[in-house]
Design a protein around this ligand. Sequence first.
Ligand SMILES: *Cc1c(COP(=O)(O)O)cnc(C)c1O
Length: 478
Amino acid sequence: MSSRSDTRAEAFRLLPSIEELLHDPRLEPLGRGLAREVWLDFLRELIERWRAEVKAGTLDASALSARLAGTALVDELRLRVERERRAGIVRVVNATGVVLHTGLGRAPVHAEAAAAMGRIAGSYCVLEVDRESGERNQRDDRLSELLRRMTGAEAGIVVNNCAAAAYLLLNTFLKRGQRDEVIVSRGELVEIGGSFRVPDVMERAGVVLREVGTTNRTRLSDYRNAAGERTALLMKVHTSNFRVEGFTEEVTPTELAVLGREIGLPTAFDLGSGLIEGDDVRPLPEVMGDEPRVRDAVASGVDVVCFSGDKLFGGPQSGLIVGKRAAIAALRKNPVYRALRLDKVTIAGLERSLELYLAGRGDEIPARAMLRATADELRPRAEKLAAALGKLPGCRAEVIPERSQPGSGAAPGVFLPTFVVRLTHARLKAAAFAAALRRSEPPAFVRVQDDALLCDPRSLLPGDDELLVESVRSVCAS
Ligand SMILES: *Cc1c(COP(=O)(O)O)cnc(C)c1O
């Protein structure tokens, strides 16, 4: 026992101090170019990690001496510095085939929208001032106008995301102490992506949830019977990420709107993904199944409709709300709006995206173009990719038929036929290969299935095919 604690004490003594590491000539080139605070952090982390090993008895004095004398010290710190260089938001190649991939930033905006966002970020802009009169105005006056034209609604207002939109409208229609109940179908109390649960958002917004109907069937009479003195709002939520099949019944937005008018209560419809189709916008074909359309939701007569800007709409992250003029005005008057409103950069991207739709160029929006691509169109891209990837050392590539997913809770149960490159490596197992691609330059994300990588051209942007080959090349060369 005593000899063990002796060597432990010896190991503790051997642990270098920050000061010693700072003056170690072997480490000096690694720390160069890093902010001093960052470098100190890394050194502290390393010493703490080793100290914990000594404490746990997994690192004794002789092993520690070996680490200090050998390359372990330099190697560990080099890995840490490299990890730091890869950290943060960087551009990646998305070869997963998931078009609206929340982990990879959902919809990539149209190049013209991206350019507008870049320009506005680095300059002053006309945000809350009227160019004609020089008077103050609202930052989203023009957005409201564009949304009105595109959706047929009377007005619109825009916030940070659809979760914020739902929060704002619940919070606005609530009359604290008088009318604080919101009636929702039990079948529509959905959870989207783990952090957005309809019941939780309602509670936080200060409203009391009144569930009606059952998981599979809700009738108009259920809403009617539940509505009373305390009811603030009748709400419908699109079950974006799942589908109930079989013996089901739900109330249409039109029926809900009629009931709302009859009993004098406001009505809202949280659409989630927001499929835009209309006179100038070709429908996304059967691909989208029975995903509700924004125009239909507005035409149903509900007071407000909300949807995400970065799902099927294909714009920057935002929550778009359209509906009756009075209802939108009430949302804008709510002081909470101030905390949820958009910044100039996102407004610029949204305006440009809406203008593209209105100019009949909606098909150019990247997310929509990707969702529309047919297997026949994707096959030559997969073949070209396979030819390039198959030439790389250790790689085997073949083209196989597969199915891609829209992603982000849009159109559940919808799978889009595609062709993918099935890629394997002579030495690397699929999981290690995928991890190396994520860390490579440029970084690439692929699907791993049955011990192979699947590279789906559906979610590749123009130019990404070459970047993907570059990424695989860099992994194979190392
Ligand atoms: C996705 C979704 C949301 C959340 O949208 P975000 O823009 O991600 O905040 C809310 N409601 C429904 C029905 C959705 O599908």
